[in-house]
Write a protein that binds this ligand. Sequence first.
Ligand SMILES: Cc1cc2nc3c(=O)[nH]c(=O)nc-3n(C[C@H](O)[C@H](O)[C@H](O)COP(=O)(O)OP(=O)(O)OC[C@H]3O[C@@H](n4cnc5c(N)ncnc54)[C@H](O)[C@@H]3O)c2cc1C
Length: 608
Amino acid sequence: MGNYETLEYDVLIIGAGGAGLRAAIEASVAGVKVGLICKSLLGKAHTVMAEGGVAAALANVDDRDNWRVHFADTMRGGQYVNSWRMAELHAKEAPDRVRELEAWGAVFDRTADGRILQRNFGGHRYPRLAHVGDRTGLEMIRTLQDHGIHQGIEVHMEHTIVTLLKDGQRVVGAFAYERERGRFKVFKAKAIVLATGGIGRAYRITSNSWEYTGDGQSLAYHAGAELVDMEYVQFHPTGMIWPPSVMGILVTEGVRGEGGVLCNKDGQRFMFSEIPENYKPQTADNPEEGWRYTQGDKNARRPPELLTRDHVSRCIINEVKAGRGSPHGGVFLDISWIKEKIPNAAEHIKKKLPSMYHQFMQLANLDITKEPMEVGPTTHYIMGGVRVDAETQMSSVLGLFAAGEVAAGLHGANRLGGNSLSDLLVFGKRAGEFAANFAKEYGPGQTHDAEIEEAAREALESFDRAARGAGDAENPYQVQSDLQEMMQNLVGIVRREEEMTRALDGLGALRKRSQNVAVHGHREYNPGWHTAIDLKHLLTVSEAITRSAIERKESRGGHFRDDFPNKSAAEGKVSIVVYQAADGSMQVRRESILEMPEQLKQVVEEMK
Ligand SMILES: Cc1cc2nc3c(=O)[nH]c(=O)nc-3n(C[C@H](O)[C@H](O)[C@H](O)COP(=O)(O)OP(=O)(O)OC[C@H]3O[C@@H](n4cnc5c(N)ncnc54)[C@H](O)[C@@H]3O)c2cc1C
């Protein structure tokens, strides 16, 4: 076997965003040896980009809020296909996780009487998002890192896991390359927590950064774990659309929470004509009431701009298709109009939305205190992922846990804004705790040299091809770009069976091309090589999304089918599970969703 540096841990955490850091802290507190790995630099995870806030029913701004309302909002937003147990745990535990973050030093914005301030966000009945301006993720990561560093966690930055290592049915380690020197490393572990985030880079227009190529979902799948709900991809309604170089960059929902409105090219607030039946009782039917809501009037209902993301995205697409879009194919998001309502509006906007102000000034040369922004939907989040046990976060593979965006269940068919950051805290903690318990209970497993050698061979194939000078070799960037374009066009916001079947054929062809990519140069800091390795993950998650989306013959949440535009009661009772068959092929299975217990059904009814 190659002479690879080998490190041993009780618990290995793959991913250093909010979920990974929170899991690492909890496992360390339990007294086990913890290793934490991330693909880029510590602190550069997606979590740092989170803007709007973290959802928790603290009831600091509106004392009518409590876990029951948060639970009901999460289930309604997820269109009732969520794991109700995860939604219950999340709603009950999020307030403690946020207070704990405060105790560890997070400096949230404050109410006049000094408590954590909470803001409005789509789908949340009351102001619920604890925030730090529009830089909440930065504060969260900073606090978790500061706290975690003192727990003795060993951090390995710029290391990418390419394969999980198994001993029979159990996961016992992971195989990585180090970005800086291109060397391989073996990490042995009694338990592993996947906290690798999302899949946004499977699409051309996305708010996600280069790291989010579905690694965790794919690593778990290839290790024998099941994926679930992969058809539910969230297209956030407001991404930048102009200039082209910044297309997809997120414009936080906080803009709408602070009073921003969506208008078409005729200046019409089109969202008022598209309020779904089940949201009518809690949605304002006139602009004045909507404005009062954003200013904290407890008797007002929220404006339709704050309906769930899936719905707002589709309304924007409809406006564009009807020829009422903005010059670059989106709609207008206007916060500057609030100068009609409040004095010093420009200062107010800069204080509440500092990042948005700078983002548009620097990237689009546009002053959002004076002019409307041009926005359109962007691939943002995946509700589906690794199927986990609600209490422990263990997957269907022994010793393999998953938390945060890589795991499925909490958000159902559509995630509410702010519910991801609280998800990371609640289930990151749980994953760390139960992974540590597992590590204490089980001895070390045995890694197998043949498996490690095969992983190394596969990772280096693209160099060998270049060395052989294969004439028909492919460029990894070209294959990646073709895949993104195809997923955007054929398995995007509006889906049709015929197009998705074409996408499946296309994925087959892209897989063949990916087996023919060649990479030149050295192993040190070679992004072409890394792209070649990531292709396997991108192809795996894209196939899982496509197969699941074909299988679900209805429209629900993030999954909208032109050929089945309505919700179906029967389809709403099943989950689509993805797994690898013995012959290596990807299979999907339908499984009944566990019925909600009576007391939770009552909560949902009461809150309707
Ligand atoms: C612009 C933007 C704004 C957002 N705003 C909000 C908001 O206001 N509120 C909210 O609730 N949610 C928000 N979200 C969503 C939320 O930020 C993410 O869902 C969440 O941060 C994901 O956290 P995570 O811990 O699961 O993973 P991430 O924070 O994505 O971290 C993943 C980690 O895994 C590592 N990794 C990945 N693959 C590998 C590999 N193969 N080997 C080793 N390491 C690997 C990465 O390097 C990284 O360290 C926003 C997202 C974006 C993109």
